[in-house]
Design a protein around this ligand. Sequence first.
Ligand code: DX5
Ligand code: ZN
Length: 214
Amino acid sequence: MIVSPSLLSADFGNLARDIEMINQSKAQMLHLDVMDGVFVPNISFGFPVIKHVQQLCEKQLDVHLMIVEPQKFVTQVRDCGAHIMNVHLEACNHLDRVVQQIHDAGMKAGVTINPATPVCLLSDIINQLDLVLLMSVNPGFGGQQFIPNTLNKVKELKSLIKEKGSNAVIEVDGGVNEVTGKQLAQAGAQILVAGNYVFKASNPIAAIDTLYNL
Ligand code: DX5
Ligand code: ZN
């Protein structure tokens, strides 16, 4: 399993220490949650912080934009060193164009859908995507409970990807732990985001190992 720990649950007073832990771990990515207080009812951190994270982090940066009008920030996200730029389907009036802009900027394109957004809405964009990020909580906060219907959505997405011959990989975000992680792995998820499960663990490296071995 590919593990993408979410920096949202890290100790913001000790970011360098927590990033060093990620460097030493089996995590292949670091998940960065950008919130604007409009698309979601919370504000997290922005580009100046991500630039510093990038200087310290040896893993791929998986940037999850929970903001309105993400198309305005494609260049800034790229200049932060992002490997993947995830935009919400619900935040884009012209999703096809945004995906093209992300590719033109040299990043992998991910589209994220909220728990109440059906997988079938991805049908006409799936062949352009490198990744789909399924939210398994309502975005905005770490430490929430996993929404079980996500397991059905993973299976549905897996068959859509197969039917269309898409190369998109399936990532899931929210409430991931060793129990929900196992269920997600069985359903077909390929990347797991985990915030609280990793950073609030007494041994974060071991928590990452557990997810990695699923
Ligand atoms: C929620 C964020 C998540 C969050 C996950 O809006 O997108 O990435 O950090 O946190 P946990 O794993 O604690 O649910
Ligand atoms: Zn996220």
